[in-house]
Design a binder for this molecule. Structure first.
Ligand code: SF4
Length: 209
């Protein structure tokens, strides 16, 4: 294009792409919690303005902190099994966005287990990044922290069992950690009713996309 033709008009799509990319870069550079993070800041997220499915969970563990990619652990294998998504589809950021409540590994509790997501994180990043993803149709709220923040007070089991109440915007789920194996074994409705409905919802959502 010659200079006397003036600037090329910016498409709406290009503006949105730039907005999410700028925000994601800003989030990846965040150091707000640096003084209290045992392994230092390493914000881990995957976002795009074309993703239809958003997965909001807790915070990265040490394996994910090391890999830099969300859900690269046994919990991730279990979650992909629940969703009926192969890794290639799960990690296709044009379809699936992943935004934990805490973007950095928060450390260990003295009595064992990981600390909760850093409380500074969700107010800083959740709403801003979500607002820059206009194609999201369904948000999986994985675990009690994501559910409390986005749905308010309530019991995780009641929400998971009555997931239809939250559709089409949200699908509440337990966190797919090893502890959930025992939880699910005592609640046969989870495998018999919730997971088939979840897989069907995800397949329909990502069909032809
Ligand atoms: S946990 Fe969130 S707020 Fe804290 S440093 Fe990481 S990205 Fe920033």
């Amino acid at each position: 294009m010659s200079s006397n033709q003036g600037p090329r008009p910016t498409s709406r799509c290009a503006v949105l792409s730039s907005r999410i990319e700028v925000l994601a870069a800003e989030a990846r550079g965040c150091t707000v919690c640096a003084p209290v993070l045992p392994l230092g800041p390493r914000p881990i997220l995957r976002v795009s303005d074309t993703a239809r499915l958003l997965i909001i969970s807790q915070a990265p563990g040490t394996l994910v902190h090391a890999s830099g990619t969300p859900w690269t652990d046994a919990s991730g294998d279990r979650l992909r099994g629940w969703l009926g998504l192969e890794p290639a589809r799960f990690y296709d950021v044009s379809r699936v966005a992943i935004l934990p409540m805490g973007l950095c590994y928060p450390g260990r509790l003295p009595r064992g287990g990981d600390c909760p997501p850093r409380p500074e994180c969700a107010p800083l990043w959740q709403a801003r990044l979500r607002a820059a993803m206009p194609a999201i149709r369904l948000t999986l709220l994985v675990g009690s922290y994501a559910q409390a923040y986005h749905l308010g007070p309530g019991r995780l089991e009641d929400r998971v069992r009555n997931f239809e109440r939250f559709l089409p915007d949200y699908f509440p789920l337990p966190h797919p950690s090893w502890r959930t194996l025992g939880w699910a074994a005592r609640r046969p409705w989870f495998e018999a009713e919730t997971l088939p409905a979840l897989r069907e919802t995800i397949a329909t959502l990502l069909e032809d996309h």
